[in-house]
Design a binder for this molecule. Structure first.
Ligand code: SF4
Length: 681
């Protein structure tokens, strides 16, 4: 194809975790259009972000050259100077303050190859397990909760299985806006299939229109309503006794713990009418095949792990695991959250969830990486590292592709922490709010400029392919990090991304049978341990990953902060159809900005009437941690007493208000509930 003609390159969407296959149409080295590929999982369908959100690729705001801060301002630097400077500073801090004084934060927007090299760098060069990524803010509780219940923290069934379900229970997921193509499977299963849909959410989300039963709950009351359903299922003998007897353990203690959760008691806690609890229990309990879909409305709580365990209990109680069409299906919010976890960008595991405290695993990695003395001490989580920057225990951070200055809870605290670092390196495609605080910024390529792989929400490893050249001197993340390792005296040289992936396959049992050659056409779903293995779309058939499934007795615990006289509203946060994460990519597209140009706060009509607030009025929203201003959108679709703010907008960042209360098991913050006050701006 000549440069002035259009060619198209197949790749994987860089937004949500659905992993839609798309063509980038390229003319004169610019992406000019995106279209869907007629292949799983999307079969030609794309949402508005995948279809129109490509302008960030050729944006003039892209970083093109390394930057070094001097006297408070950035100046351009050569790669040689910037890499040498960072290598010298990180080496000095590691040697003087110890390896665990440095942390590495990676991103679910990086490829598997990028993430694998980043954790290898932390472990083999810095000699610390202080490596984590943004799953700490979204699905850390899924990984902890499902792993404790089933032995694996991943989605159990593929997206297409939704068409085989009799009942689909969607909770804490505004699927239409956050996983739009996945929502089309749910809607089709209801309209053209046999599925009956139950939606449980504090808001009246678009999927509610398709539901046979919609339950509106107070934010942060998930364990109570889930326990209430199970109380009724047991009382009415709708449970799967054979499955419980042959495939699970811990049932008796779990059953006893459900006794207080009568429909009336649950109604008092959750605000859901008692008869709806009974109706939902009968629907799910009598379904031949029940499928549970959830997202961050379940996970982002100080009880996130308990919420996930409660859903796992519900599925086991009715025998809905290890079967086509069923399962417990946490939708990953970002394109490669699953992959970043799989690659070991977590403080407790190497790639493939091999524990850092397992001497055999450490020895295997030492041999593969040609190193010694890998730390067997559990590392710090992201939500621990940032506060420890303020206390001085963390002295340097290397953040790749993340923007905690918009995404993390209690931003005023985050800002003080990052400003207190001795040395701060950011690697990104734009000069984000976080990058502006850095001492050195490395310019990285985006998904349209590099080869690699993403692993979607259903554990499917798929290719990304370079379509356009990188801007200026931007380099692939794995290439920058491995060059830095080499500068720090640990040679890390790879011919290309495929060579990195080959190493991943060698050291990661669940990826052992996956290669670029095998996934070139349609991807493969892990576990895929050998070269002739077909992949595993449905987990836990016949046997759980852990052997027996484990019931957990889970008690309802209220959110860490509830409304009072000073802060009388409950704030819950989330996402919009038109924007993605902290907006660094989608806000470069006029098409998307026109549809969602600014942050709006959703407030119930009745609350607005009581307060004298009119639609479009600018409000000041205040919590114990900060204040923002946003225009009001009056709506009947939210529970009175609750307000909703999307977290995408840096100018009115919802996370100035949110609470950094952490789940005690996985340290996910309570981004979904805090108390706020409203007043005219
Ligand atoms: Fe991309 Fe998700 Fe939209 Fe598919 S549904 S096009 S993966 S953002």
């Amino acid at each position: 194809v000549r440069p002035w003609e259009t060619r198209k390159v197949r790749t994987t969407c860089s937004y949500c975790g659905a992993g839609c296959q798309l063509y980038l149409h390229v003319k004169e080295n610019r992406v000019v259009k995106v279209s869907g590929v007629d292949a799983a999982p999307n079969h030609g369908r794309l949402c508005v972000k995948g279809r129109f959100g490509y302008h960030f690729i050729g944006s003039p705001d892209r970083l093109t050259q390394p930057l070094i801060k001097e006297n408070g301002s950035f100046r351009e630097a050569s790669w040689d100077e910037a890499l040498g400077y960072v290598a010298q500073r990180l080496s000095a801090i590691r040697d003087s303050s110890g390896p665990d004084s440095i942390g590495v934060l990676t991103s679910a927007r990086m490829s598997n190859e990028d993430n694998y090299i980043a954790q290898k760098f932390a472990r083999s060069v810095l000699k610390t397990n202080n490596v984590d990524h943004c799953a700490r803010l979204c699905h850390a509780s899924t990984v902890a909760g499902l792993a404790a219940s089933f032995g694996s923290g991943a989605m159990t069934n593929p997206i297409a299985d939704l068409s085989k379900a009799d009942v689909i229970l969607v909770t804490g997921s505004n699927t239409t806006e956050t996983h739009p193509v996945t929502s089309t499977y749910i809607k089709r299963a209801v309209r053209f299939g046999k599925a009956q849909l139950i939606v449980v959410d504090p808001r009246d989300i678009p999927l509610s229109r398709h539901a046979v039963l919609k339950m509106t709950q107070k934010p942060g009351t998930d364990v109570a309503w889930i326990n209430g359903l199970m109380h009724v299922i047991l009382k009415e003998n709708l449970h799967d006794a054979q499955f419980i007897k042959t495939r699970t353990e811990g049932f008796d203690a779990f059953k006893k713990a459900l006794e207080p959760y009568t429909p009336d008691a649950v109604s008092q806690i959750t605000g859901i009418p008692a008869d709806q609890i009974v109706a939902a229990a009968r629907l799910y309990g009598t379904a031949g095949v029940g499928n549970i879909v959830y997202c961050m409305g379940i996970t982002q709580h100080s009880t996130g792990t308990d919420n996930v365990k409660a859903l796992a209990n519900l599925a086991m109680l009715c025998g809905n695991l290890g079967i086509d069409g069923g399962g417990v299906n946490p939708l990953r919010g970002q394109n490669n959250v699953q992959g970043a976890c799989d690659m070991g960008c977590l403080p407790n595991v190497y790639s493939g969830y091999q524990s850092v405290t397992d001497t055999a695993a450490a020895q295997k990695m030492e041999a593969a990486w040609n190193t010694t003395h890998l730390s067997e001490k559990m590392g710090l989580k992201a939500t621990e590292m940032i506060p420890m920057a303020l206390t001085g225990d963390i002295k340097a951070l290397y953040i790749i592709g993340e923007n905690p200055m918009v995404s993390d809870p209690d931003l005023n605290h985050v800002q003080k922490s990052l400003q207190n670092l001795d040395f701060f390196v950011v690697q990104d495609i734009f000069l984000s709010e976080t990058a502006r605080l850095a001492d050195v910024v490395f310019p990285a390529t985006c998904f349209a400029e590099k080869a690699g792989t993403f692993t979607n929400t259903e554990r499917k490893v798929q290719r990304i392919r370079p379509a356009v050249p990188p801007p200026g001197e931007a380099r692939d993340d794995w290439s920058i990090t491995s060059a830095l390792a080499t500068r720090m005296g640990v040679p890390m040289e790879y011919a290309d991304a495929e060579a990195v992936f080959d190493e991943i396959s060698r050291v990661t049992p669940s990826y052992g049978g996956i290669s670029y050659h095998r996934i070139d056409a349609d991807g493969l779903v892990w576990p895929c341990p050998t070269d002739d293995h077909p992949g595993t779309p449905v987990l836990h058939i016949g046997k759980f990953t852990s052997g027996l499934g484990k019931f957990h007795a889970v008690e309802f615990i209220p959110p860490a902060e509830t409304p009072d006289d000073d802060f009388p509203f409950t704030l819950t946060t989330g996402r919009l159809l038109y924007h993605y994460h902290t907006g660094t990519m989608t806000m470069k597209s006029d098409d998307l900005n026109e549809r969602a140009p600014e942050c709006r706060i959703e407030i119930a009509d009745s609350d607005a009437l009581r307060l004298g607030v009119v639609n479009g009025e600018m409000l000041s929203i205040r919590s114990r941690r900060g204040t923002i201003q946003a225009r009001a959108t009056l709506t009947p679709a939210i529970m009175p007493g609750t307000v909703f703010i999307p977290f995408h907008f840096a100018a009115a960042a919802a996370n100035r208000l949110t609470h950094a209360a952490l789940d005690p098991v996985c340290a996910i913050p309570e981004l979904k509930v805090c108390a706020v006050a409203l007043s005219p701006a």
